[in-house]
Ligand binder design. Structure first.
Ligand SMILES: [Zn+2]
Length: 277
């Protein structure tokens, strides 16, 4: 079982660890297992981290004269709880220690999207009794599937406004480790089906309490903002597409540029665009 350093500290971007073993996957890819790691392995709708591993000398953080290993994917061996760092190549003789460096921009992006999802899911639950049944954090945008037959445009806007209010209140995001019994008593929003001795709960103070293994911001202000992009009917209810933080800024910038270029084609103001034919 690899110790997950991100459970306690999602802002740990640089760490040292001992090499436990090297593995070759059935498809021929090579993986390194460490005694502890700050790299998040794909699970619960959140994709893995990427970054680098540097072999270091025993008893110091000085790098050895070996090529850095690019960590391209991180997966969990569910049978043993080992976290596998997939790398492009491995030296014949493995040094005993590494220093790991995360791709910080990717981690921060994932924290903004995932914490934003908790806040948004809580808003849909509170306002319209619409529980979230699944979450997907994609390369471009994120989605939640809500167990509800329909949502109007006004309801979507209301949920967006409510969720952003929670962001602006800059509430604390806390982590608790509890027994399943304690979790049930505390009224947790979503409990895992599989049996666990302890559960990791993520609390958005006063707003949401949810069992989750993901990486999260420290206060809701760090989410930046939450922007709904689309809603569509799917088999299990309504799928809502959204972006948070830096992604929301990029999306708004792209929209504005597109509108400005389109308006120039018609020699019109942005507000006059819908009237153009
Ligand atoms: Zn979560």
């Amino acid at each position: 079982m690899t110790e997950r350093l991100y459970y306690q500290n999602s802002f740990l971007y640089d760490f040292t660890a001992s090499v436990a073993e090297a593995r070759t996957l059935p498809d021929g890819r090579r993986a390194l297992v460490l005694d502890r790691t700050a790299f998040y392995a794909t699970s619960g709708g959140q994709p893995h981290d990427t970054g680098w591993l540097d072999f270091i000398a025993a008893g110091s953080d000085a790098p050895l004269p070996l090529p850095k290993l690019r960590v391209t994917e991180v997966i969990e061996d569910e049978a043993t709880g080992a976290i596998l760092h997939l790398v492009e190549s491995l030296p014949e003789a493995l040094p005993p220690r590494v220093r790991g460096f995360l791709d910080v921009e990717r981690r921060q992006d994932h924290m903004q999207q995932h914490s934003g999802q908790h806040v948004l899911s809580a808003a849909f639950l509170k306002l319209f009794a619409a529980p979230t049944v699944s979450f997907h954090l994609g390369e471009e945008s994120c989605t939640i599937d809500l167990d509800t037959p329909a949502l109007t445009a006004a309801q979507l806007e209301q949920a967006e406004r409510h969720a952003n209010q929670v962001v602006w209140e800059d509430r604390q995001v806390l982590m608790h480790e509890v027994t399943p019994e304690q979790a049930r008593k505390a009224g947790v929003r979503k409990l895992p089906e599989a049996a666990h001795a302890t559960l990791r709960l993520i609390e958005v103070r006063g707003v949401d309490l949810c069992a989750c293994g993901g990486t999260h911001v420290l206060t809701t202000g760090q989410i930046g903002n939450i922007q709904l992009r689309k809603a569509e009917k799917v088999k299990q209810g309504i799928r809502v597409e959204f972006v948070c933080g830096a992604r929301a800024l990029r999306a708004a910038r792209r929209d504005f540029q597109l509108l400005t270029e389109t308006a120039a084609l018609y020699s019109a103001q942005l507000s006059e665009l819908p009237a153009q034919t």
